[in-house]
Design a protein around this ligand. Structure first.
Ligand code: PHE
Length: 363
């Protein structure tokens, strides 16, 4: 029986690809040896059987061509065998005992990435540490707050226009509650002043770091979620001088001893008198630049003497908050604003983006 040339071609092509595929999968010395016997074995090898069957049935004029293809196939098998032998000899896995022990002790260990403080947390901790050194303790309160603590007890009466200065995010479905019990996201950390005074009689020295929310549109310097550090000091004979000295010291501790402070009249319902604190511009050292709008001063926080009306609310639970006997001051500052100044950050959104390239700079 003779075969057309194209069939011979197809037969050899299939055999060659079979050889290549099988050889590529040889992973051990035994497998290579089996492969050798399978193809090149003198008695039962496939090449031996193939040569017999093909050549026996071929016509004379085909024999030369078949012979050439056959020799090429044999060369391929030998070359593949050589490569596989080389490969398995070089491989540790051809050693049975090592193959069972599949631990490569030379691999590097699992590296744990060491975390770092977020710049906001770091700035808050720094502020807390400055006041801790002055004998202040740390207080916290809920972020979901009642109208009473956030506004009413801080001397923002219901419907009072001062409430409009802190555009508020309220919790839905509160209509059946009494107005003072309705829940909202606290717009400042000041409600923790009242929570603290209700818990303990004077003297009080406390700093309150925390998250606050306002219904403000986000831009380069505003975010609806931000952070504040609040302070409250109540004792016998606390004066505005104590407030000035404390904040002047804190700003020097934060920005360096050459920083100066000045106090401008302002208004907050819960302090009287109230002031805005400005520091000399840390960028131009007071000369006037774009960052301080050529004024040489940058406004950084609000403060004032605790309003007697606030003490009256505290006295409902702690009668010792009698404004005839004690006095106090309070202050509140935005952490993002301070961190942006300290680290030269121009976009508030960078704090919240979770971009490692930004955050790693603080590691
Ligand atoms: N709670 C005020 C605010 O968020 C800041 C402040 C705190 C002012 C304490 C005076 C005293 O704007």
């Amino acid at each position: 029986m003779t075969q057309p040339a194209s069939t011979t071609d197809a037969t050899f092509a299939a055999l060659e690809s079979e050889v290549r595929r099988a050889a590529a999968q040889l992973a051990s010395a035994e497998a290579v040896e089996n492969f050798r016997l399978d193809w090149l074995g003198r008695k039962q090898g496939r090449l031996k059987r193939l040569s017999e069957s093909l050549l026996a049935s071929a016509a004379i004029e085909e024999k030369k061509q078949i012979g050439q293809r056959f020799n090429a196939l044999k060369t391929l098998v030998e070359a593949e065998l050589e490569t596989a032998l080389e490969r398995t000899r070089g491989s540790l896995w051809s050693d049975q005992s090592l193959r069972r022990e599949r631990i490569d002790v030379t691999l590097p260990g699992t590296r744990r990435q060491i975390g770092a403080e977020h710049p906001i947390t770091r700035t808050m901790n720094e502020l807390v540490a400055i006041f801790a050194a002055l004998g202040y303790s740390v207080g916290v309160g809920p972020q979901v707050e009642t109208d009473y603590y956030n506004f009413e007890s801080m001397n923002f009466p219901p419907g009072h226009p001062a409430r409009d200065t802190q555009d508020t995010l309220v919790v839905a479905g509160q209509q059946r509650r009494a107005p003072r019990d309705r829940l909202l996201l606290r717009t400042h950390t000041s409600p923790v002043q009242m929570r603290t005074m209700e818990q303990q009689p004077p003297p009080v020295r406390i700093v309150i770091p925390g998250k606050v929310h306002r219904n403000d549109a986000a831009d380069a310097t505003h975010s609806p979620v931000f952070h504040q550090v609040e302070g409250l000091c109540v004792d016998k004979g606390i004066t505005f001088s104590d407030l000035k000295g404390t904040l002047d010291h804190a700003m020097k501790a934060l920005f360096g001893s050459s920083v100066r402070t000045r106090f401008f009249p302002s208004f907050f319902p819960f302090t009287e008198p109230s002031a805005d604190v400005q520091i000399s511009c840390i960028f131009c050292v007071g000369k006037g630049c774009r960052r301080c709008k050529q004024s040489g001063w940058i406004e950084l926080l609000g403060c004032g003497m605790v309003d007697p009306a606030v003490f009256a609310f505290a006295a409902e639970k702690q009668p010792a908050y009698d404004p005839r006997l004690i006095s106090g001051f309070a202050f509140g500052m935005g952490v993002e604003r301070i961190a942006m100044m300290k680290y030269g950050i121009r976009e508030i959104g960078q704090f919240y983006s979770g971009d490692m390239r930004f955050l790693e700079q603080f590691a």
